[in-house]
Structures are given as structure tokens and as C-alpha cells.
Design a binder for this molecule. Structure first.
Ligand code: GDP
Length: 178
């Protein structure tokens, strides 16, 4: 949680990590613009968007979202993006077990090198593709529980659980003193 936050208005750096193609850009565009564009372009390096939400206790949370490229050749840049992040959202595709394993790699890296009080969220995206599912809900739950992470399955395509993802993260943020 950034320095110019106060008790009522938090400003939060959030970084999205995960394999290329799991739907990171689509999750952000669904959350920020309410849209799904199936032809969304591959993220090169990283891109930045922000979105503010209001919570029930009348606090607001402004998410500054860094959407990173999943490609291997950008992996060395990742520390630049997660440095100082209050939240890391680590995404995989429920139809792609490799992407689930890659997510676990990111979790380990963040546990080692991320901020000590970072909020980690594990997201199984493309939950609309039930007939192609290859990672069970239980596998996601179990891994997240073992690692003290928040877990949710989303669909950027149908918008299922996208707002909930960010609302749940907001509730888990450490609050600055009033
Ligand atoms: P990124 O590389 O992780 O940023 O992935 P993108 O956001 O570019 O999405 C990769 C591909 O997956 C695109 O063709 C999207 O249309 C598709 N996609 C993303 N999210 C979903 C989803 O929730 N459901 C389905 N069925 N496809 C999705």
C-alpha cells in the first residue's frame, strides 16, 4: 500500500503474473473497461491501467495494475514490476496444466523476493471452458491454502468472478493507521 494512501483511500500497486495466454490482459480489460476482446494483442513487456473501487465501509481502493508479458524472454524483467507491489495476482488457465505449474513457480519467486506483506492471489481463469478443464478446482484450492493465498476461478469472457477477485483482494489489504 503506497505512501500517499490514507485510511479511507488506498492506492495499491498490483502486478499480474502468469504464463502467456492465460488471459491476464483480458482479466484487466474486463475489470477496467467491462469488455472482452477475444483478439486482444499480446502484451509486450508490461502495460499499465488503473481502476478504483468503493468498498462497503466507504473506503476506496485505487488499483494500479501492471500487466506483465508472460513470455520467457521477459522473465528477467519481472522483478522490476513486482518490486513494491502490495498485491500479486498469479493467473493460470484451467484448461492448461503447464500454466498451473508455471503459476506455482511465480508463487515461489514472489514468496522469496516480493514484499514481505504482499497479498498473493491465485486465479484459475477461463472457467467458462468447463468441458476442457484439466486443473480441478480442488487442486487450486489446495495449493492456495498451503501457501496462504486467496484463490478464485474467473472468466474474463463471461465476467464471472472478475469484480469479486478485486473486491476480495481489497478486503485483504493491510490498512494504514487512521
Ligand atoms: P495473456 O497473455 O495472459 O495476457 O492472455 P490474453 O488476455 O491475451 O488472452 C489469451 C487468449 O485467451 C485470448 O485469445 C483470449 O481471448 C482468451 N481468453 C482470455 N480469457 C478468457 C476466458 O476467461 N475464457 C475464454 N474462453 N478465453 C479467454
Amino acid at each position: 500500500v503506497n505512501g500517499d494512501s490514507d485510511a479511507k483511500n488506498l492506492r495499491v500497486k498490483l502486478v499480474l503474473l502468469g504464463d502467456s495466454g492465460v488471459g491476464k490482459t483480458c482479466i484487466v480489460l474486463r475489470f477496467v473497461r467491462g469488455q472482452f476482446d477475444p483478439t486482444s494483442k499480446v502484451t509486450v513487456g508490461a502495460s499499465f491501467l488503473s481502476q478504483t473501487i468503493a468498498l462497503q465501509d466507504s473506503t476506496t481502493v485505487k488499483f494500479e495494475i501492471w500487466d506483465t508479458a508472460g513470455q520467457e524472454r521477459y522473465a528477467a524483467l519481472a522483478p522490476l514490476y513486482y518490486r513494491g507491489a502490495a498485491v500479486a495476482v498469479i493467473a493460470y488457465d484451467i484448461t492448461n496444466p503447464d500454466s498451473f505449474h508455471k503459476a506455482q513457480h511465480w508463487v515461489k519467486e514472489l514468496q522469496k523476493h516480493g514484499s514481505p506483506d504482499i497479498v498473493l492471489a491465485l486465479v484459475g481463469n477461463k472457467a467458462d471452458l468447463q468441458e476442457k478443464r484439466e486443473v480441478s478446482v480442488q487442486d487450486g484450492i489446495d495449493y492456495a491454502e498451503k501457501n496462504g493465498m486467496f484463490f478464485i476461478e474467473t472468466s474474463a469472457k463471461t465476467a464471472d468472478n472478475i469484480n469479486q477477485l478485486f473486491e476480495e483482494i481489497a478486503k485483504r489489504l493491510p490498512r494504514p493507521p487512521p
